[in-house]
Design a protein around this ligand. Sequence first.
Ligand code: NAP
Length: 250
Amino acid sequence: MNLAGRVAIVTGAGRGIGKAIALKLAEMGATVVVNDVGDAEPVEAVAEEIRAMNRQSLTILADVSSSVDVARLVEETTAEFGKVDILINNAGIARDQLLLRMTEDDWDKVLAVNLKSVFLCTKAALRPMIKQRWGRVINLSSVTGLVGNVGQANYTAAKAGIIGFTRTVAKEVASRGITVNAVAPGFIETAMTQKLGEKWGEEFKKRIPLGYPGSPQDVAEAVAFLASEEARYITGQVLGVDGGLAISWA
Ligand code: NAP
């Protein structure tokens, strides 16, 4: 599989799964725009790693829940590299709380960063993809969006929403040579799952049929395949990368 000549945007790529995806796409030959919000240093470090592989890379700090920032993200990418071939909607946050204690702000923020962002980024990136009649959009959903999870009404609503969005947009753009798919990771060891605390972490891990948590690299491998030419006949799908967690969840 080769992504030479392709230009990819990976959102939330300063660490965790997004960083692994950015590095994997670069390893396969792609030029990678590394997006994140906040601290520039880790984001620039990812871009440096990519340049060390003799690939092109640009960091763009932008809040993917802001339409103004997203417009700038896509404009700066096309100004620098002339096109967008691959969009990885990875940025996400969790603000867990039982529904009865969940604040309106917890709901709005999680829906904005996890779901509205997918709408904004996909809409903006589709324009150049439609013109060139080739594109790949890959959205990070979650196993919890399929099966639900106590304390995550906001997060699971967003992740389930991503699945509906993926299937609809896949239908809308299929005739333009663009595929739209989702991956649904299970329990992957990142800063996000570290925040769950030991008790919940152990609960999750016990349920994984393969017996161990996933790594960001496991997710990156699946995303890289969906981004490749070899995956041209796959669209509107949700690919679980979860060690079997979804099939074991009662
Ligand atoms: P993570 O380690 O928390 O990384 C998420 C990244 O997104 C961070 O670098 C974060 O930046 C960035 N981000 C947050 N809000 C943003 C915004 N508004 N605009 C741009 N970037 C933003 O999370 P992860 O575990 O790698 O998760 C990556 C994706 O996979 C998420 O969509 C998550 O929901 C999904 N997922 C993860 C798991 C898992 O087990 N880890 C399972 C299923 C699905 P800051 O550092 O500034 O916050």
